[in-house]
Ligand binder design. Structure first.
Ligand SMILES: [Ca+2]
Length: 205
């Protein structure tokens, strides 16, 4: 490929992005993101045991949306990963910017107890294709809203967010955290394929 064609190709990708990135409304992709059902409807929990649980508590609510309930990740077990997780349905996500936010309030972090969050871009039948990276360690003394974004790569068709209250291999290790108002969203992309294709074709004539 000549340098000219290569540069044209690069310019063309830029043009396609500018043509297709028509922003619409962003909608939270999660079910029961604020725990206002009063239970963990829509969420999965891993690591439940005698000394680890995730009760939905009331009245105590995160600051970024009105309500009464929060999920309390309560891990008093040694060397255990307690995970609260939700995946969106296949076809609900696309390559592009993923924005996230959530409210956290520390219960207790002792003797190696930590708290991390991770968001995955996934492809049906293939698994994880991208990620926010490991977010944390979080230990906010009072309710705090955290937010950010990452790029979901090619192939992404659904998203997963997981909260991890992990303890260390020490007697008395504790990780407890209140979680509320979890948002994972993408701007609706309004693709104009006819325009894009026409523009691309004209560049290669
Ligand atoms: Ca709530």
């Amino acid at each position: 490929m000549s340098m000219r064609k290569l540069l044209t190709g690069i310019a063309c990708v830029g043009l396609m992005l500018s043509l297709t990135a028509t922003a619409g409304m962003a909608t939270n992709l999660l079910v029961n993101p604020d725990f206002e059902s009063g239970d963990l409807t829509g969420w999965q929990v891993f690591g439940l045991g005698v000394n680890s649980s995730v009760p939905v508590q009331s009245p105590d609510n995160g600051p970024s949306a009105p309500g009464t309930y929060n999920a309390f990740m309560d891990n008093h077990a040694e060397a255990l990963g307690l995970t609260l997780k939700q995946s969106t349905l296949p076809g609900t996500a696309a390559p592009g910017l993923v924005s996230w936010s959530f409210d956290l309030k520390l219960g207790e972090a002792a003797l190696g107890g930590v708290f991390f969050v991770q968001i995955f871009a996934e492809k049906t039948g293939a698994g994880i294709v991208g990620s926010s990276g490991l977010l944390g360690n979080y230990a906010p003394a009072g309710w705090t809203t955290f937010s950010g974004s990452f790029m979901a790569p090619l192939g992404t068709d659904f998203l997963t967010i997981q909260f991890m209250a992990n303890t260390g291999a020490n007697v008395g290790s504790v990780s407890t955290m209140h979680v509320d108002n979890v948002v994972v969203e993408q701007q609706d992309i309004v693709a104009d394929e006819t325009t894009s294709f026409g523009a691309v074709k004209s560049l290669f004539r």
